[in-house]
Design a protein around this ligand. Structure first.
Ligand code: CA
Length: 476
């Protein structure tokens, strides 16, 4: 009897221990699944040629951007947010790789040259999408590509699962202007602005104003991909030229007298509505706490094309602040306090530096960008970057920022040093010798590579060297 009792007790004990173990296993599995499921989604909203003072979160008086402002209000506004170059192509190459583009010979704006694999992002580099894919991310690129039109350089070959947009450096905005069926009909650099849009690798007949179509696709992608981590590269070409906006958007800004500025504002208004739709969708689907949203421009505003850079001197193309300091904001609800203002310099390269960390992704190449979240939150001391550098190769222009000091060589002026904490407009060149700042640049530039391809400025020269550039281009 006693023996039976002990046997029963042993069986019971075995069952209890077994059950407990099973519970532990379930918990471990659940924890693992939760970790995987909570990798943050990432949305990068990149706009084109928007000036520092063209959003109301940076004090624009004539253009109201209530939805873009929500990103800054929900999270952080960067007052010293930079990009790595002052025009489109090289800036995008830096952003998408998290590395100074001069490290890999992308020091010029690429030409639209579908047969030339050197005109674009070299295959030695990884895009954000290529870094995130092995970490379980689904990736979509929407809008302007401009990182190579050669078949091996297109979005679907660079880590993106889906693509909707166009390959060139700009595009017309209304469907009636998309009168070329595919790139085999393009016969000069800027005719690429007239091609039909691509959905993945198929040309489509899109009916909506371009900015609206991109916003629609962004919302649709979010709805369809709620259950897995995703990365969305939403590269609106607005408000880059040509200045074209629907009449109701131009009418929204009747108070603006200048016609070009009014149309420009209408284009920004359409982007702002799109950003609002995206943020609304994230909130509706309760995805807003697990989605990081970045907003920035690819370079400073062009004053001749109606943009405004406010107190910043210089504009698109310049190594002065107006060319490289851009409207830049980020939200990550629950992780970054609402209404934060961060004044230390950050740069577009930090986007991959940040998301690679939270996605537990392993970039193949060493990044120049870093995870900026602990700095924003004050969890670590110091600043994200001891120095930031820029080079405009063909002009021998450059800039370097170290702390508050900046040394810059730009057109019509010799190398000058400014204290940006007192002189954001770069008006009063210092007489003191800032050899340490110059030294920082000299050390940096030694690591950089000369451009690998001729750029936009050399369009005619390139055509002479490649007389068959637009001949026998395959349909695509
Ligand atoms: Ca641009």
């Amino acid at each position: 009897m006693r023996h039976i009792f002990f046997t029963l007790q042993s069986i019971l004990l075995f069952i209890i221990i077994g059950c407990s173990q099973s519970t532990v296993n379930q918990k471990q599995t659940a924890t693992h699944q939760t970790t995987s499921e909570t990798k943050p989604n990432v949305i990068v909203v990149l706009v084109d040629d928007l000036g520092y003072a063209d959003v109301s979160f940076n004090g624009s008086q004539d253009i109201s951007t209530p939805n873009i402002d929500r990103i800054a209000q929900n999270g952080v506004k960067f007052t010293s947010g930079y990009v790595s170059y002052a025009v489109c192509g090289p800036s995008r190459a830096g952003l998408i790789t998290g590395r100074y583009q001069d490290r890999f010979g992308f020091g010029r704006n690429p030409l639209f040259a579908p047969k030339d694999i050197t005109q674009g992002l070299p295959l030695s580099e990884q895009t954000i999408a290529e870094v995130l894919k092995p970490a379980g991310y689904k990736n979509v690129a929407l809008g302007k590509w401009h990182l190579g039109s050669h078949e091996k350089l297109r979005p679907l070959k660079r880590g993106f699962d889906e693509f909707f947009g166009f390959l060139s450096g700009g595009h017309k905005y209304f469907p009636e202007d998309w009168d070329l069926n595919d790139i085999s009909e393009v016969k000069s650099q800027f005719e690429a602005y007239r091609t039909k849009l691509l959905r993945n690798d198929t040309r489509i007949d899109e009916k909506e104003y371009l900015t609206h179509a991109l916003s629609r696709e962004a919302v649709s992608f979010i709805e369809k991909n709620q259950k897995q981590p995703f990365f969305m590269y939403l590269a609106y070409n607005a408000p880059h030229t040509p200045l074209q906006a629907p009449q109701e958007y131009i009418d929204r800004f009747k108070h603006i007298e200048d016609k070009d500025r009014r149309i420009f504002a209408g284009m920004v208004g359409a982007v702002d509505d799109g950003v609002g739709r995206i943020l609304d969708k994230l909130e509706e689907l309760k995805m807003d706490e697990n989605t990081i949203v970045f907003f920035l421009s690819d370079n400073g505003g062009s004053e001749k094309h109606a943009a405004e850079n406010g107190v910043l001197r210089g504009q698109k193309g310049s190594m002065l602040e107006g060319g490289i300091r851009v409207p830049f904001a980020m939200q990550w609800k629950g992780k970054i306090a609402a209404g934060t203002v961060y004044d230390n310099p950050v740069i577009s390269l930090d986007i991959l530096g940040t998301i690679a960390h939270y996605a537990s992704a392993q970039p193949k190449n060493k990044l120049d960008g870093v995870n900026i979240v602990p700095y924003i939150n004050g969890e670590v001391e110091g600043v994200p970057h001891q120095q930031l550098c820029w080079r405009k190769y063909d002009y021998k222009h450059f800039a370097v920022r170290k702390g508050n000091f900046k040394i810059v060589k730009d057109k019509k002026q010799e190398t000058a040093c400014y204290d940006l904490s007192k002189d954001i407009s770069e008006q009063n060149a210092l007489t003191e010798n800032k050899a340490d700042v110059q030294q920082a640049y000299d050390n940096w530039v030694k690591q950089m590579k000369d451009p690998d391809f001729l750029g936009l400025r050399a369009d005619k020269k390139y055509n002479k060297q490649h007389p068959d550039r637009f001949k026998n281009v395959e349909k695509y």
